[in-house]
Design a binder for this molecule. Structure first.
Ligand SMILES: [Mn+2]
Length: 391
């Protein structure tokens, strides 16, 4: 499936206008965002994925052992046979990594940085199926894949919004409906973080949720300082040379707090360290076990390319780069990073943005030792795969 022209994707809005007026701010309904949407997966195929050990799946039953019961996969065929006729939903996470046509859907959103994208979750709902009124901390595009689903939009929520007393699911205790739409295949609804929404299947239906990543302030602080801490030595310490004689020896004075602020501020101002941590963090894969180290002979890459085989990006790998001051190039690959000469920018862009690298493009880099080493390393780490190799 080819990505739709951007004017249908956002209902005639340009990416600039969408990002200015809607992104993170307010919902947007786009009729026929994907005209004549060709649902790439059947409900049976989705259920098949939920049988797999390595794939994250859940079932939500509105009238289960208790209201809004959550069951976690992997499931068995018997689990599915025992489900009621209506009012349940199957949710399968990160289908983009397992079904290439689903992964292709993400390409339509290339006006948003790829490291912001998280995954495509697919839900199948029996008639009346829903996961209840709730809000998410992430932006999401809800693309209707099959059948019709009624979406209701409600109030703005935050950490203090009252929730039902449910052990597994965050379901809102109250829902103040503002708007309501019935989505048909190809229609898409954008929902910003913190906005209550409630989708109910009008009939058997499938919905594709294109979800994004946004680290919490807590994650940023905890993980960045953790990362930074590895590079600080024990001699770098709180210092108070030239301090005033204490008036009250038990008191912590402003001068002390300001010395501390200076340490924290100086560490926070290290832009390179912050960017390095961020790139690593945002490219951490959801399923690290899907990125396996590969043993290749050093001649194997050249041979494969010469035979007309290209390189394929591991669908579970996450790649991003940063060019600092026009000279320092950092490549982030599935939670790790390396420093590269800026002369490799074109190759790095290719590797980060394309899911298939054709042999002719790559052979051009054969004479550049650093470029070749990079390709060998990405292949060795399993971020890139030789075309035709079993994954
Ligand atoms: Mn949601």
């Amino acid at each position: 499936m080819s990505p739709p022209a951007s004017d249908s994707l956002l209902g005639g809005l340009t990416a600039e206008v969408f990002l200015r007026d809607y992104w993170q701010r307010k919902p947007l309904l786009i009729r026929q965002a994907f005209p004549e949407f060709d649902n790439p997966l059947t409900p049976d195929e989705l259920a098949g994925l939920a049988l797999e050990e390595e794939i994250e799946s859940r079932i939500v039953l509105e009238h289960g052992a208790h209201p809004w019961e959550l069951r976690r996969g992997p499931f068995t065929e018997d689990d599915f046979k025992a489900l009621p006729e209506s009012s349940w939903t199957l949710l399968v996470q990160a289908v983009d990594q397992f079904v290439p046509e689903v992964g292709d859907l993400m390409k339509a959103f290339s006006f948003i940085p790829s490291w912001r994208l998280d995954d495509v979750m697919i839900s199948y709902a029996a008639p009346g199926g829903s996961v209840g009124p709730h809000f998410d901390n992430y932006d999401v595009f809800l693309l209707q894949g099959q059948g019709r689903r009624r979406w209701k939009i409600g109030q703005r929520c935050d950490a203090d919004s009252p929730m039902l007393d449910n052990p597994d699911l965050r379901i809102l205790a109250g829902f103040e409906q503002e708007e309501e739409w019935v989505l048909e295949p190809g229609d898409m609804l954008y929902i910003p973080p913190g906005l209550a929404h409630y989708g109910v299947a009008e009939e058997e239906c499938m919905t594709y949720s294109i979800g994004f990543r946004a680290p919490s302030h807590q994650e940023i602080l905890v993980h960045y300082t953790d990362f930074l801490g590895q590079y600080l030595n024990d001699q770098a310490r709180y210092g108070d040379a030239g301090m005033q004689a204490a008036i009250d020896p038990a008191a912590i004075d402003d001068a002390t707090v300001e010395r501390l602020q200076l340490i924290v501020r100086q560490l926070a101002e290290d832009k390179t360290a912050l960017a390095t941590w961020f790139g690593r963090y945002m490219t951490e894969p959801r399923y690290p076990e899907m990125i396996q180290e590969q043993n290749h002979e050093t001649s194997e890459l050249e041979q494969a390319l010469a035979n007309g085989y290209g390189l394929v990006r591991n669908p579970s790998a996450r790649l991003a780069y940063r060019l600092e001051s026009g000279t320092d190039l950092m490549l982030f690959a599935s939670g790790e990073h390396c420093l590269l000469p800026a002369s490799l920018l074109a190759l790095v862009q290719l590797v980060c943005n394309e899911d298939y690298l054709d042999p002719e493009q790559l052979l051009k880099w054969k004479l550049d030792e650093e470029a070749w080493t990079l390709l060998e390393q990405l292949l060795g780490k399993g971020d890139l795969l030789l075309e035709g190799d079993d994954e």
